[in-house]
Write a protein that binds this ligand. Structure first.
Ligand code: AMP
Length: 217
């Protein structure tokens, strides 16, 4: 079965963690636009140089850049069996563009999952979030710390890092951008009858269970 799933929700709600697990379990590809951009920033490519300032200030990268990026990535072979979109679409024009690009391939987004959690919880989670610079696995220093101090469990000796945009002031900006530009997408997908809401508070395993149930897989 080939399935295309869109994950929606504010920063810190767990889209990345849940998306990674969902994609791995079903052998779908995971398309994380934030991860693609952070990789481009690290490699100092043209895209990275263009995107960095906006990312560091918690703002969105222009729609045309993001749409081109997802159009290319979703057409790659590993996405043929299905994909999970983490972080895209983030605006109504991006959602329209996704519908058009999939329609041109005789496809459509099968489901949009809306994760939700209280704002103060998100700020708390993001300030304790760390990631492995090698494998991108994320940890939470309070609720899901690594076994050995601040090193990745899968890459001993590699010290976890904090994302530049996880500093508190930037987090608040990102939450505002989410409310203003991205949350209208909940209505967009609700109107199409494709939205499934999943509460994202509580243990990661419980949220994953709710996600699987919401998707019927
Ligand atoms: P994320 O890892 O999804 O939180 O994304 C990190 C940052 O990358 C965001 O705050 C934006 O600056 C940028 N970004 C990621 N995805 C998109 C998108 N679909 N549209 C615009 N900007 C994006």
């Amino acid at each position: 079965m080939s399935v295309r799933v869109v994950l929606l929700g504010p920063p810190g709600v767990g889209k990345g963690t849940q998306g990674r697990r969902l994609a791995a379990q079903h052998r779908w590809s995971l398309i994380s636009t934030g991860e693609i951009l952070r990789d481009a920033v690290a490699r100092k490519t043209l895209l990275g140089l263009e995107a960095r300032k906006r990312m560091d200030s918690g703002l969105l990268v222009p729609d045309d850049v993001m749409i081109g990026l997802v159009r290319d990535r979703s057409a790659e072979d590993d996405s043929a069996a299905g994909f999970v979109l983490d972080g895209f679409p983030r605006t109504v024009p991006q959602a329209n563009a996704l519908d058009s690009m999939l329609q041109a391939r005789g496809q459509r987004p099968d489901a949009a999952v809306g994760f939700d959690a209280p704002a103060e919880e998100l700020v708390r989670r993001l300030s304790a979030r760390r990631e492995c610079p090698v494998c991108k696995r994320t940890y939470n220093l309070v609720t899901a710390p690594p076994q050995n101090n601040q090193e990745c469990d899968d890459h001993p000796g590699t010290v976890l890092t904090q994302r530049e945009d996880d500093k508190e002031e930037t987090v608040r900006k990102r939450l505002q951008v989410y409310r203003e530009q991205t949350s209208p997408l909940l209505d967009y997908y609700r109107g199409q009858g494709r939205l499934r809401m999943v509460p994202a508070t509580g243990p990661v395993d419980d949220v994953y269970h709710s996600l699987s149930r919401a998707l019927g897989c």
